[in-house]
Design a protein around this ligand. Structure first.
Ligand code: GLN
Length: 483
């Protein structure tokens, strides 16, 4: 179809138009590739673009349609993949010099699932090195910029995935979320970002930052698109020992926006956090919307919330220091040229190829796990984690959803060091392994602000229904009104 800007369609519209033969899969792919070529010098959402392969896959789908064969639910839809998710024959760098030239020989389980659903891997997205950060400035491949304001960060660490979807370079993306890395960039770029229940999506082929916290999830421009990708990647996987069975994974079909009588809790401790001007108004406005939609909203208490950040920092850095020990110059990636002993080989490889933030966290994590400190830090953090989980369990005994801000700060300018401020509302959810999402709720001075909805374990459908009702009421269609 001439003159139609396919990139502006939702993923589901692309699928409908493909099925009705209004557009071809090749047109979908090539329009996105053209836009990527135009925008990348400004945005830098990609580390690798999978150009030739994406066009070939697009043609294959057109052929299938021509031959009357069945096509998968993601047919022809361009999907960006965070560069810490392993892709066969496509460079997977984790945003690091350590893996600058690493080409994996296999696909992560989520990639196998996307391919089986006929989705198109359009490229690999930029990220903070080894997913450590909240801005996508800590990448060996240069920073990503926020498409809404190029002087500002897109959030992180899945900043390339969010900026790319926000800039219409692709319709959907996979990110990973250890302490907020899907929800926070989704909020900063005005998108929907979902972190599913821990274990619901296989982590096989996700390069680990902190195993007990890491989770793959999705970023999209609206709830239905996000649900489409999410339900494709859910599923038990023998190759991931923490992966879980879920009986009802047909989320899209069951999605509905009737949330009358739903019980929403707001922890009173959240209001002790200092926030940028305008964010509180967005929360108040969101509460009004939920009340109008028939939800009951009450204040609750989560007394251990205040320990979440410290607990997260200790556990995630301790685990990171262990996960990243595999990068030793022997097995994968970079190897120093300067070495005469084995110790020198290890030290120089890691010294030369890891960035500053990665080294800082490895040092910190090693400190917490040191024989003399283990009891004082690591073991106490584990106990606090249990108390935080119990806080959540108590709330979910009575309520369906918890509502909070995503970030206490607005999308900030590049170079402003506000990394650690952004984590406060997202890390408790990660510690408890709960599903949560970020959904656009309005703008402050032209900058998007998301709210966070948190569900109980395996209550993805309820969470998505609440998000859908909210999205429809705000009539955002991915673009919120100024409040
Ligand atoms: N911003 C958090 C951090 O830097 C979260 C990172 C993540 O989820 N990967 O630790």
């Amino acid at each position: 179809m001439k003159n139609l800007d396919i990139t502006k369609l939702t993923a589901r519209e692309m699928r409908e138009k493909l099925l009705s033969k209004e557009i071809s899969s090749r047109e979908i792919v090539s329009q996105h590739l053209d836009l990527i070529e135009k925008k990348e010098k400004d945005i830098n959402a990609f580390i690798s673009i999978n150009k030739e392969e994406a066009l070939i896959e697009g043609d294959k789908i057109d052929k299938k349609i021509k031959n009357g064969e069945k096509i998968g639910p993601l047919a022809g839809i361009p999907i960006g993949i965070k560069d810490n998710i392993i892709t066969k024959n496509i460079k997977t760098t984790c945003g690091s010099k350590m893996l600058e030239n690493f080409i994996p020989p296999y696909d992560a389980t989520v990639i196998e699932k996307i391919k089986a659903a006929d989705g198109i891997i359009i490229g690999k997205n930029n990220m903070d090195e080894f997913a450590m950060g909240s801005t996508t400035e800590n990448s060996f491949f240069g920073p990503t910029r926020n498409p809404i304001d190029l002087e500002r960060v897109p959030g992180g660490s899945s900043g390339g995935s969010a900026a790319g979807v926000g800039a219409y370079e692709m319709a959907l993306a996979l990110g990973s979320d250890t302490g907020g890395s899907i929800r926070q960039p989704a909020s900063f770029c005005g998108l929907v970002g979902i972190r599913p229940t821990y274990g619901l999506v296989s982590r096989y082929g996700l390069v680990a930052l902190a195993n007990s916290l890491d989770q793959i999830g999705v970023i999209a421009r609206n709830v239905e698109d996000a649900t489409l990708l999410l339900e494709t990647i859910i599923g038990h996987d023998k190759k991931d020992s923490t992966s879980i069975y879920m009986k009802n994974k047909d989320l899209l079909e069951k999605l509905n926006d009737n949330i009358k009588g739903i019980k929403i809790a707001i922890p009173k401790e959240f209001s002790n956090v200092e926030m940028d001007n305008g964010i509180e108004d967005i929360i108040k406005n969101s509460i009004k919307i939920f009340e109008k939609l028939g939800a009951n909203i009450e204040e609750v208490s989560m007394p251990h919330f205040k320990y979440s950040l410290a607990t997260y920092n200790i556990l995630s850095n301790a685990e990171a220091s262990s996960s990243l020990s595999r990068f030793d110059g022997i097995r994968y990636g970079y190897r120093t040229k300067e070495h005469s002993t084995l110790d020198e080989l290890y030290m120089n490889t890691r010294g030369e190829a890891f960035g500053k933030e990665v080294k800082r966290r490895i040092l910190e994590g090693t400190y917490y796990l040191n024989r003399n400190n283990r009891e004082k830090y690591y073991n106490r953090a584990l106990k606090l984690r249990t108390l935080i989980i119990e806080d959540f369990e108590k709330v979910y005994g009575k309520y369906d959803i918890i509502l909070s801000p995503v970030s206490p700060v607005l999308p900030f300018k590049m170079g402003e060091d506000k990394n650690y401020l952004t984590n406060i509302f997202t890390v408790p959810v990660s510690l408890a392994g709960l599903p949560a999402l970020s959904i656009p709720a309005g703008y402050v001075e032209g900058l998007p602000v998301g709210i966070q909805l948190i569900g109980d374990k395996f209550e993805e459908l309820k969470l998505l229904n609440v998000a859908l009702a909210f999205e429809r009421d705000l009539a955002l269609g991915g673009e919120a009104d100024e409040i």
